[in-house]
Design a protein. Sequence first.
Length: 140
Amino acid sequence: MARIAVEIFEFGDFVLDPAERLLLFRGQPVRLTPKTFDLLVALVRHRGRLMSKDRLLDEVWPQIFVAEINLSVNISALRKCLGLDRGRQAFIETVPKGGYRFVAPVRVASRAAMSSSRSPAGRRRPGSPTRSTRRRRCRR
């Protein structure tokens, strides 16, 4: 099996691993809905750049018509999960009539992964949470 580099993004106290669909806060998993997770990945991958609402809708909901309110609701949920309401720094900037921009400093790390995306049955991947790990829930 070939090894490939997998991007991992670190910002604030968070680690985002898109390949494992995992967001960690201080080492603890954060539960996000699938679309909220996809939205975070899109914003972080395009960090520092303005993402129009249309572009985000196309990237997160490809080939599906959804109302713009879906984007607003998921941005709001994402901000709550990232802790804007608890006094931590702002991660997502709203640009009126423009869209959104991920503004926090991001460190990109990589880890080697096997080309098959799944680990052998019954074996835990290093660094993956165990069943006993408590998940941090986002408050709505």
